[in-house]
Design a protein around this ligand. Structure first.
Ligand code: DHB
Length: 308
């Protein structure tokens, strides 16, 4: 079974990789991804300065999903710029996730990371967890202004990591921004921002930052993720590749993302729960699904969802 894929002209020997944020902050995390069956190494979203992030508890998984408000803990882009050349020994694509608290932070990181030559940059327009900083992806004009400036600087193909949208008008507006800018790929979706999970016994929230509000991931967000993959695939077709993420627990979930139009799939909550061994399981389960449905590759299945 051919599980390989191509994103923005970069070959991936398998279409499964970590979602930014999940087990990818430290050198050890990144090396474990390198040694695993993951098809790529995606870094934690990086900012100019190292950050320890929000107070704990800040990540809780529960039956059906997870809630997080990490607050961008990361080593800072100078550290990732130093680490990335060493990760090349794993012979798989390296995707640098770029974030920031203000536009200048993104531009600084893009300039510095250029020299480390990651294969791709994923510009994160959708961190929901910094108090007072709205997700940029919900402001179409601010997104376009930032992406145009990134385009002027980026020396490698770049894509965007988007928040979920819940209205077709918003999918269309963002698709127009992405077409005007000419981004090479998109990753959808980031967590469903600012959900609230409680423990009714103790009558408390389960995470400390922001009064308990945080990004929701895992099984319960799969329909939202699939809808965003499908909506953007219908609007943008094969002009850009889509990396699907959200709600993937099994090979069946990966298969569904691919049917909707995803060229690759990222794993968040179950990677945190199961560690990097999850990639071998998902690879096996995906291959079984593709075979059962008569496809000989990921490529052959992409976008083949039937409408009634
Ligand atoms: C964090 C969460 C996100 O969903 C994201 O895109 C970036 C950062 C965080 O809280 O660290």
């Amino acid at each position: 079974m051919d599980l390989s894929t191509t994103i923005a002209g970069v070959h991936f020997s398998t279409c499964l990789m970590n979602a930014s944020g999940a087990r990818c902050v430290t050198q050890e995390d990144l090396e474990q991804l390198g040694e695993s069956h993951a098809g790529a190494i995606v870094t934690k979203s990086m900012t100019p300065l190292a950050r320890s992030g929000n107070p704990e508890p800040r990540y809780v998984s529960f039956d059906g999903g997870s809630i997080n408000s990490m607050g961008l803990p990361n080593l800072g882009y100078p550290a990732y710029a130093t680490l990335i050349p060493g990760l090349r020994r794993f012979k798989k694509p390296i995707v640098a996730s770029i974030a920031g608290l203000k536009p200048a932070d993104f531009l600084e990181a893009v300039s510095a990371i250029n020299d480390a030559k990651p294969d791709l940059m994923e510009v994160n327009l959708s961190c929901p967890n910094i108090p007072g900083k709205p997700q940029i992806g919900y402001d179409f004009q601010a997104s376009e202004e930032l992406l145009l400036r990134v385009r002027d600087l980026a020396a490698v193909p770049f894509g965007v990591k988007l928040p979920p949208y819940f209205d077709p008008v918003h999918h269309e507006a963002m698709a127009e921004v992405l077409s005007r800018v000419g981004v090479s790929f998109l990753t959808v979706i980031n967590s469903v921002g600012n959900g609230l999970v409680l423990d009714p016994e103790s009558e408390t929230v389960v995470i400390k930052p922001k009064g308990g509000f945080g990004g929701i991931g895992g099984r319960m967000i799969k329909p939202v993720a699939l809808a965003n993959v499908r909506a953007f695939w219908k609007l943008l077709g094969d002009t850009v590749q889509i990396i699907g993420t959200g709600g993937v627990e099994t090979g069946q979930d990966v298969f569904e993302h691919i049917l909707c139009g995803a060229s690759a799939v990222q794993i968040g909550t179950v990677l945190v729960d199961e560690h990097v061994q999850v990639f071998e399981r998902l690879e096996r389960e995906l291959a079984e699904w593709l075979k059962k449905k008569g496809y000989d590759s990921v490529n052959a299945c992409r976008g083949k969802l039937k409408e009634l």
